[in-house]
Design a binder for this molecule. Structure first.
Ligand code: PAF
Length: 284
């Protein structure tokens, strides 16, 4: 166990298991906050919520290569373990689990966890490798730590549904909790990838949230959902977004298309500002 940093760090599964076993022996409940680092207030709010629910909280830091496509930003994804460790300590985290890539995926690793249905639309269409990578690493992290509760942000709403589904389907005795998106003062959802934005792009980025708000307002006022989806796309492109993958109103539990608001619905969007892909979503 490396305790030189601000927070104890478990770099191996053996170290993680030793810490969790000690907590369990003392009768303490355990929360897990999986992350890829480059932490911001959104991650810290997960840790704080975890700390309210559980006696001890571990956060994992692992930039998971399997959830990045060949031309995506795995190499340039921001990495700052020392900074992350200090932030986690300030939020009350008890342990950082930072496994090596070779330990997570040793030679011969051949398992891929695929969650059908909720993985298929939206992000699944535009990033076909993504949910297989997420489901595989999250399954490993959940089985390794075996927490009572694991915490994920609603910012990645489809990811949250995928993880809830896999935990249920695989009978994991773990509660999966989704936590509200934390936003900047102008409504931009906090994301590690916001660091890629130039000053101009950052100004435009806030439109994503505003456009979704406007669509929700109009849909609630009775305007047709398809019209509002199309209008939101037009508005994003007119505001300076360089591409829109989707703006879609979907059933909040299944992500199936909806034509009315008889069941809880969610509006979800993915759009590009130059080389940066941004996502956001809100309850309709
Ligand atoms: O949301 C993230 O940061 C990642 O997708 C996760 C859940 C930590 C899996 O790598």
């Amino acid at each position: 166990m490396d305790t030189a940093a601000q927070l104890p760090v478990a770099r191996t599964l053996t170290d993680l298991l030793a810490s969790v076993a000690a907590w369990r022996k003392a009768g303490l409940s355990v929360g897990l906050v999986p992350t890829m680092g480059a932490l911001h207030e959104g991650h810290l709010s997960l840790v704080r919520t975890a700390k309210q629910r559980c006696d001890r909280v571990a956060a994992s830091l692992f930039v998971n290569p399997r959830q990045f496509g060949p031309h995506e930003d795995f190499e340039r994804y921001p990495r700052d373990e020392a900074g992350d460790s200090a932030l986690l300590a300030s939020a009350g985290c008890d342990l950082l689990y930072a496994p090596e890539r070779a330990a997570m995926y040793p030679p011969g690793f051949s398992t891929n966890v695929i969650v059908a249905d909720v993985s298929t639309p939206l992000e699944g269409e535009f990033r076909p490798h993504f949910f297989g990578g997420v489901a595989t690493v999250v399954t490993k992290l959940l089985l390794q730590a075996l927490p009572d509760v694991a915490f994920f942000g609603e910012k990645d709403y489809q990811q949250l549904l995928v993880i809830k589904r896999l935990a249920r389907d695989l009978d994991m005795p773990i509660e999966i909790v989704g936590c509200a998106t934390v936003r900047e003062h102008d409504g931009l959802a906090m994301s590690s990838r916001n660091a890629y934005l130039s000053a101009d792009e950052r100004r435009v980025a806030a439109q994503l949230n505003l456009v979704l708000h406007e669509a929700i307002k109009n849909i609630r006022a009775g305007k047709p959902i398809a019209d509002e989806e199309a209008e939101a796309k037009r508005h994003l492109l007119a505001s300076g977004f360089t591409g829109v993958d989707y703006v879609a109103v979907r059933d909040a539990a299944t992500l199936a298309p909806v034509v009315d608001l008889n069941n809880p619905a969610r509006i979800l969007a993915a759009a590009w500002l130059g080389k940066t892909r941004m996502i956001d979503n809100m309850a309709v």
